[in-house]
Design a protein around this ligand. Structure first.
Ligand code: SF4
Ligand code: SF4
Length: 247
């Protein structure tokens, strides 16, 4: 697979980092690594193995403060936003840790402003056909109007009968998948998940028309890691320290 990458300006990169924190919740091991990268000895921190939080203190403060949940995430968003504007290399290091893929400081190909190029790492992805994503992930609200149009254009009534359309007071229609026909219950697992060539392999029976949310999963190495997809060989991580958090 060709190596895909995206260029983000400093502001977009910071936004993406915070979005990651909000999407995946507190990630204490990652946060320790980030604090070490950002502040060195200026900030002291300590994990509590049984909790999803951190003890944190500025070096000159005597008392450590316990941070967890939204407070910890806000603290980390604030910490990364303090990367100086001209320290794009440092921001690239932050992105490498957060997105767990190759990132480097670069000038925008359009206007020369500083930013970060981020590789998706998808070239080293191989679907193991374990079916985990089709069983575990929250895709029920993921069907788009575009997906519905595709199903209609292909005459796939057999698939559309598992789609529930809901029109809100504002006249907007949203869709739920996969809802057992004649009921309001989600089918578990997805009715199009079929056994493959062996008992531990699973395939999608509607591969050619499956929703975008399924087609694009996982969107990155980090996405795969955080949602339990085993499609990346973790021994070949290309960020060096990626799988070696020890804090
Ligand atoms: S979880 Fe990953 S490896 Fe398993 S079927 Fe889904 S995409 Fe493939
Ligand atoms: S439509 Fe296909 S890819 Fe999507 S959840 Fe069902 S079996 Fe999996």
């Amino acid at each position: 697979m060709e190596k895909d990458s995206i260029f983000l300006t400093r502001e977009q990169a910071l936004k993406a980092v915070c979005l990651d924190f909000h999407s995946y919740g507190p990630q204490p091991m990652l946060f320790c690594e980030l604090l070490r990268t950002l502040f060195g000895d200026e900030v002291v921190y300590k994990r509590d193995a049984d909790k999803e939080g951190l003890w944190v203190a500025k070096q000159h403060h005597r008392n450590m403060r316990w941070l967890e949940g939204a407070e910890l995430i806000d603290f980390m968003c604030q910490a990364v936003s303090e990367v100086p504007k001209d320290e794009t290399d440092q921001l690239a290091a932050v992105c490498r840790l957060v997105f767990q893929t190759a990132c480097r400081a670069e000038e925008s190909p359009n206007n020369g402003c500083n930013g970060i190029r981020i590789w998706t790492g998808m070239e080293s992805f191989t679907c193991r056909q374990c079916g985990q994503c089709c069983r575990q992930l929250a895709y029920h609200d993921g069907l788009t109007e575009e997906d519905v149009q595709l199903l209609r254009s292909k005459g796939r009534e057999d698939v559309l009968e598992w789609v529930r359309a809901i029109t809100g007071l504002d006249g907007q229609t949203t869709y739920r998948i996969w809802v057992t026909p004649g009921s309001t219950q989600f089918a578990v697992p997805c009715p199009f998940l079929k056994q493959g060539s062996s008992s531990d392999r699973w395939v999608c029976a509607i591969h050619d028309v499956k929703p975008k949310i399924c087609r694009h999963y996982p969107v990155s190495r980090k996405h795969a890691l955080m949602t339990g997809c085993p499609g990346f060989d973790t021994s070949k991580a290309d960020t060096g320290r990626l799988w070696k958090w020890t804090t």
